[in-house]
Ligand binder design. Structure first.
Ligand code: GLP
Length: 242
């Protein structure tokens, strides 16, 4: 079931999302959060940092797992998702470093990385609240559209559309990594609650297909229709094709 909340603009979306995460952490102080990167959740992270400074939210017992990472970027690379997370959230709140998990972008044995990440999530008891953004093509994490979808954490070639969309964070499109490691559909769908955020008209088509379309691996987000607890907080531009 997808509950949809349409907000007036990005700021309202971000505030509402932060309020929901904070309310969740007040109820479950040792929650396991699944976290997303990209432009969309930045406003929510900002507000969570403010709420932390106001004493309204505490991360000291929280465990986090990020959805994905670019292959080939070390965690100090400014465009890596590890750098993003420390820069935009973790360094500003009281989360313990040992409770933070981000798939490595540089590794020797791919299978081991994939297995270790899945096992770490299982040991933590699974994800309580998964934050998701959405690609213009309906990707979630880096589960790209295709004829089939992978259940487990895996390495994925990025589609041309995703490379183009993410080029805005790099000095040139050639610098965008061509592959990523991502949580598969399995652990995303096993999260107890999912909070999907979207803003802007570029996401309108994907949002409409997520909610109203058939369940189709060519629109990975459409599988969220099968999840019992999805809340979608979107601004009115992203809602314009609903
Ligand atoms: C990226 C990330 C996703 C993110 C999506 C949307 O490629 N892998 O996790 O949700 O694209 O990004 P943005 O929020 O910048 O539009």
């Amino acid at each position: 079931m997808i509950q949809t909340i349409v907000t007036a603009h990005y700021e309202e979306m971000s505030q509402l999302a932060a309020d929901q995460v904070a309310a969740f952490l007040i109820k479950k102080t040792n929650a396991v959060l699944g976290l997303a990167t990209g432009g969309t959740p930045l406003g929510m992270y900002d507000r969570l940092i403010q709420m932390y400074h106001q004493g309204k939210v505490d991360f000291s017992h929280v465990t986090t797992f990020n959805l994905d990472e670019y292959i080939g970027l070390s965690k100090d690379h400014p465009q890596s998702y590890a750098y993003y997370m420390w820069h935009h959230l973790f360094s500003h709140v009281n989360v313990h470093q040992e409770n933070v998990h981000i798939p490595p972008g540089v590794f020797e044995k791919q299978e081991q990385v994939q297995r270790d990440y899945e096992q770490a999530i299982e040991r933590a008891g699974g994800i309580d609240l998964q934050i998701l953004g959405i690609g213009e093509n309906g990707h979630i994490g880096f589960n790209e559209p295709g004829m089939d979808l992978e259940v487990a954490t895996h390495v994925v070639p990025l589609t041309e559309k995703t490379i183009q969309a993410n080029a805005r964070f790099f000095t040139s499109i050639d610098e965008v990594p061509r592959r990523a490691v991502t949580l598969g559909m399995g652990k995303i769908m096993q999260a107890k609650h999912i909070l999907l955020l979207a803003s802007g008209k570029e996401k309108a088509r994907a949002i409409a297909q997520t909610v109203n379309g058939h369940i189709d691996p060519r629109i990975p987000s459409s599988f969220l229709q099968l999840h019992p607890h999805v809340t979608m907080i979107i601004d009115k531009e992203a809602a314009q094709e609903l």
